[in-house]
Write a protein that binds this ligand. Structure first.
Ligand code: SAH
Length: 669
């Protein structure tokens, strides 16, 4: 185990010195400031990686090398008075404070300014002054400055900053009209009116907002992307691709992949998350099915939980565990996107699970299958009422009256959100919560005869209550509703683990955007969490998350919500993406362990943030870069990555669901 201090030394040597930073005072400053103190505990382990990291308010702490590059270029003497714009975490302010006499730092976000102040004080700095405000206007009362360092990228150089520079002073600032890419300039004030400008190359910073920066609300799409590494121009792709080739474990086909090593890596984990980078690639389903079968057969897993609706998946569960079925209001998996679960690949897996369970004598040892999602308001209401009708007709009467609040909206719940948002006409929060509470209060009585049925009803009542919040939040913004949904998925997982007993183990199937750690992607910077992050925080090494990726082929998707499914061609991956590196490895299919990599070099290289592709139920190839790529740090996102270079669309099942023939149920035609 290396200590954080060892890693700090190594960071200075390999990331900063090795890249040509020579100023010994600068190197000394970096040796003396503990970077981990400027990020949340979650990132302590990553504090000395060669990468920017997310901080509060959707901002980032800069990559150490970039800070060093800027600070060295600013030529800061021991008597200097320095202005920093974008104090963020306070890390760069600390470095500057080691070099200069006084550091004045302006930060836009009040919360960040407060945190930076506290951290700097705790570390004993007395020469830093942090102000919350618009740094594009500088800090006139403390001007002029010997050096100004700007840690965010604006469309042009703010005049105020030029004016507040001493003659002979230097301003280091990223400038660019594109939100995601700037040129790093050093501007030296040669005389009253003469400024000399040199360039240090291309960089990626978060936007500089404010009076002489970008509009804080009207920022262009993607403007909040993390600051990435400087692109050194050299074609480093082939080198990294060959590191991937060396470190990966290739397999010839999904059917013939040897899973022994993977099962060993998963070890004693209690929760395994299996992702997908589209919602319609056959190979992802087939590979997840193979892994899940191995975990059930060899490692004691007994829960499969899908990014699917609870009541619909409950029908599948009853079929695979041979329980009596209860009718649904709407046919199972009949809503958009029906192909996501009503497909041939899924049918094969469910058939296997049915056969497998038939060989297991004790019901407690059988594997159950469940839905974690939140989109089943109508079916969930129906299921709660159906349960109460059976066990407590009086309570059923009250619940029916309560849920009547939803009647106008239950077939199209998004309209409920709109009505609720537009001014109190509809608000069923109280009704949903009261019904849930009344049900839970009667737990002992209701679960006496049939614990499974009570559990199912309680989960449905929870879905109603969370869906109510979800649809209402949808009109306030995507972030809040996303978080409600993923928290619900996580709570459902916890409930399942508890319900199935202390030895239970779960496999989750959901999109990469749910199962990969959100904190390692742009999502985290937007304040979004997901089930993968919550699982990692709760279960640590007892969880294992696997992302999936592909370069090209075909995919089942739609061009708009509720539009018909099409088989679309997947465009070959973007030149700046992780996918391109995987493709260039030359291996068609492979597993790439990232938590315990086969070579350290591969993990280190992949720790530099890059683009990653996410195709959902909607795919719009024509706007792919803005609509389907986001920035991520792969080894912090997943414990392992499974690559299938060319993939094909899933085969949807045609026709309506029937419950006639038990042999064909639930997917019988
Ligand atoms: N130097 C920081 C990097 C933070 S990222 C560190 O080491 O952690 C850039 C910061 O600039 C963000 O915190 C953002 O909120 C801030 N910022 C953007 N526009 C600003 C403005 N006009 N004035 C002050 N701060 C600004």
């Amino acid at each position: 185990m290396t200590t954080l201090m060892d890693r700090r030394e190594a960071m200075v040597d390999t990331q900063i010195k090795a890249r040509g930073i020579k100023d010994s005072r600068v190197l000394e400053a970096f040796r003396s400031v503990p970077r981990e103190k400027f990020v949340s505990v979650r990132y302590h382990d990553l504090a000395y990686e060669d990468a920017p990291l997310p901080i509060e308010e959707g901002q980032t702490i800069s990559q150490p090398y970039i800070v060093a590059l800027m600070v060295e270029a600013a030529k800061i003497g021991a008597n200097a008075r320095v202005l920093e714009i974008g104090a963020g975490s306070g890390y760069a302010s600390a470095i500057l404070a080691r070099l200069a006499k006084d550091v004045y730092a302006v930060e836009w976000h009040d919360a960040l300014a407060g945190l930076a102040r506290t951290r700097l004080k705790a570390l004993g700095f007395t020469n830093t002054h942090i102000m919350c405000g618009d740094g594009t206007l500088g800090w006139p009362d403390a001007a002029p400055f010997d050096a100004i360092v700007v840690s965010a990228g604006g469309p042009e150089v703010p005049r105020s900053l030029l004016e507040q520079l001493k003659i002979g002073g230097r301003l280091v600032i990223p400038v660019g009209t594109e939100a995601r890419s700037q040129e790093l300039f050093v501007i030296e004030r040669a005389s009253e009116h003469k400024y000399d400008r040199t360039s240090l190359g291309r960089v990626q910073f978060v936007p500089l907002v404010g009076a002489e920066g970008w509009a804080s609300d009207g920022a262009p799409l993607g403007a909040h992307r993390a600051e990435g590494p400087i692109r050194v121009g050299a074609r480093e792709g082939p080198r990294i691709a060959s590191l991937i080739a060396d470190a990966c474990e290739p397999f010839s086909s999904v059917e013939h992949a040897d899973l022994d090593a993977l099962v060993r890596r998963i070890g004693a984990a209690r929760v395994v998350l299996l992702g997908e980078s589209t919602h319609g690639s056959s190979e992802f389903y087939a590979m997840r099915a193979r892994i899940t079968q191995a975990l059930i057969a060899r490692a004691g897993f007994n829960i499969v939980a899908l990014e699917a609706d609870w009541p619909d998946t409950a029908m599948v569960d009853r079929a695979v565990r041979k329980r009596p079925a209860v009718p649904l209001r709407e046919p199972m998996f009949s809503r958009f996107p029906a192909w996501m679960w009503r497909n041939r690949e899924m049918q094969r897996f469910v058939d296997w699970l049915t056969r497998h369970n038939a060989t297991i004598g004790r019901p407690a040892m059988q594997t159950s299958i469940h839905g974690l999602d939140i989109y089943s308001l109508n079916n969930s209401i129906g299921a709660v009422l159906e349960f109460l009708d059976r066990v407590d007709p009086t309570a059923a009467f009250t619940a029916r009256e309560m849920y009547a609040c939803f009647t106008p909206w239950e077939r199209d719940p998004a309209t409920y959100g709109r009505a609720a948002a537009s001014g109190g006409l509809a608000n069923c929060e109280h009704q949903a919560l009261t019904t849930l509470r009344s049900l839970l209060e009667e737990r002992l009585r209701y679960s006496e005869n049939d614990g499974d049925s009570f559990f199912d009803a309680a989960r449905n009542a929870t879905v109603v209550s969370e869906a109510e919040k979800y649809y209402r939040a949808m009109y306030r913004g995507a972030r809040e509703s996303w978080n409600i949904r993923d928290r619900h998925m996580f709570e459902t997982l916890l409930a399942l683990l508890e319900h199935r007993g202390p030895n239970s183990k779960a496999v989750i199937w959901a999109h990469n955007s749910h199962v990969g750690n959100a904190a390692a992607t742009e999502m985290g910077m937007h304040g979004e969490i997901n089930i993968g992050q919550l699982v990692r925080e709760r279960f640590g090494d007892a969880s294992y998350s696997i992302g999936f990726g592909t370069d090209r082929g075909t995919v089942a998707a739609a061009s708009n919500w509720d539009a018909p499914m099409q088989v679309m061609a997947v465009r070959p991956s973007h030149a700046d993406s992780y996918e391109r590196l995987c493709h260039e490895s030359g291996e068609r299919n492979f597993m790439l362990p990232l938590r315990k990599p086969n070579t350290i070099a591969v993990r280190n290289e992949l720790l530099r943030p890059r683009l990653e592709r996410a195709i959902g139920v909607i795919y719009r190839p024509e706007t792919e870069l803005v609509s389907h790529y986001f920035q991520a740090t792969l080894p912090a996102q997943f414990d392992e990555f499974i690559w299938i270079d060319a993939t094909t669309a899933v085969e949807p099942l045609k026709g309506a669901q029937t419950e006639g023939d038990p042999e064909l149920f639930p997917f019988g035609l």
